[in-house]
Write a protein that binds this ligand. Structure first.
Ligand code: HEC
Length: 123
């Protein structure tokens, strides 16, 4: 991702506000009660800020989860209402939106995430 690139981050913010904020929150705060609540058996969107666990996923996983959806990518039963973006956003748009999200993390989290990206194997 390119959290330092202002042009990419700005275009990512527009996509985020349009496509992701309704669930993940205007301020990346997630949906209220995301830790414990299920609505009709469906889980709620996690926050993307430093409180969330998004930064525990390396770039590759964040990209694939956004493009194909959690269930398809992990090939598991994981009821959630997030659309797969493969037909909605281009690869560049997905990278922009994830760059915007990363740009909102405090620098110590970004550094940890950069280190995570360098690890080849991650479980
Ligand atoms: C209709 C609601 C909804 C929309 C819109 C939505 N998401 Fe999600 N998203 C979810 C839910 C629910 C989860 C599952 C939460 C969990 O991890 O248990 C999720 C999980 C994720 C994950 C998995 C990693 C994590 O931290 O949980 C990524 C990455 C993600 N969303 C990216 C995006 C991006 C990028 C957009 C906009 C392009 C977006 N989402 C739009 C509801 C949504």
């Amino acid at each position: 991702m390119f959290p330092e690139n202002k042009t990419i981050v700005l275009s990512g913010k527009l996509i985020y506000d349009d496509q992701c904020a309704s669930c993940h929150g205007v301020n990346l705060q997630g949906q209220e009660g995301w830790q414990y609540k299920l609505v009709d058996g469906i889980r709620l969107a996690h926050p993307y800020n430093a409180e969330g666990h998004t930064w525990h996923h390396k770039d590759y996983h964040l990209f694939m989860l956004t493009k194909y959806g959690i269930e398809e990518f992990f090939n598991m039963d994981y009821p959630n209402n997030m659309p797969a973006y493969k037909n909605l956003l281009s690869n560049d748009q997905i990278i922009s939106v994830l760059s915007y999200i990363k740009s909102k993390w405090p620098s110590h989290i970004r550094i940890k995430h950069d280190q995570l990206n360098k690890i080849f194997y991650q479980n």
